[in-house]
Design a protein around this ligand. Structure first.
Ligand code: VGL
Ligand code: ZN
Length: 199
């Protein structure tokens, strides 16, 4: 794996997915991913993208709205939408907001910005490492879409945290099985670093 051909995608590393905003969508261990993500952010990736869940207050996925799935979370301009404290956001090359259409959810950057894979390809990126929140939801769908577009995809497990959401039919074991069926590889930070160093 060559660093220059490898992109890092930090998915939804936002307060609204952690214990810092308990009334939103807290994922156990969500805030604790920061040191591991920062370790990744120090590596010489050819490209570093971040995504930011960015909902209007009446988003269709919220309780009491059309889909009635999640407590209000990551509302535009509120603390819940901010990145995690201590995260080295200065390393982000680009930030992709998503979920801003009130009538449509966008778990993955690719769901909101369909030109994203082509943009990576145009820069010579062949491999992506995906980390963040939630491992089995927005990280999984990002990994899946890029894998289906032909990229080598790693999910960095110890720089991510997941959660089962039965009311949305989203389960950690199911996502893992589907990812593995697609040829997405689960790694930890140390292994990914070695893969880059050995190339
Ligand atoms: C997410 C549920 C709703 C995520 C975003 O980032 O995994 N999950 N919105
Ligand atoms: Zn959301």
């Amino acid at each position: 794996m060559r660093w220059s051909q490898t992109g890092l995608i930090v998915v939804d590393a936002q307060q609204g997915f952690t214990e810092l905003q308990p009334q939103e969508l807290p994922i156990p261990g969500g805030a604790a991913i920061v040191p591991a993500v920062n370790t990744l952010l120090a590596l010489p990736f050819g490209r570093i993208d971040a995504t930011q869940d960015w909902h209007p207050p009446d988003h269709c996925s919220f309780l009491g709205q059309r889909d009635n799935l999640y407590p209000a979370h990551c509302v535009q301009g509120t603390p819940g939408a901010e990145f995690l404290p201590g995260l080295h956001t200065h390393r982000f090359h680009a930030i992709w907001r998503k979920g801003y259409d009130p009538d449509r959810d966008a778990y993955a950057v690719t769901a909101q910005h369909p030109g994203f894979p082509e943009l990576l390809r145009a820069q010579g990126i062949t491999t992506v490492a995906v980390c963040g929140l939630a491992l089995n939801i927005c990280c999984f769908f990002t990994a899946r879409d890029l894998r289906l577009q032909g990229f080598n995809v790693y999910l960095v497990e110890d720089a991510s945290a997941g959660i089962d959401v039965p009311q949305a039919g989203l389960f950690q074991q199911q996502a893992r099985a589907e990812a593995q069926r697609l040829g997405i590889l689960y790694v930890d930070v140390a292994t990914l670093r070695q893969l880059g160093t050995l190339a």
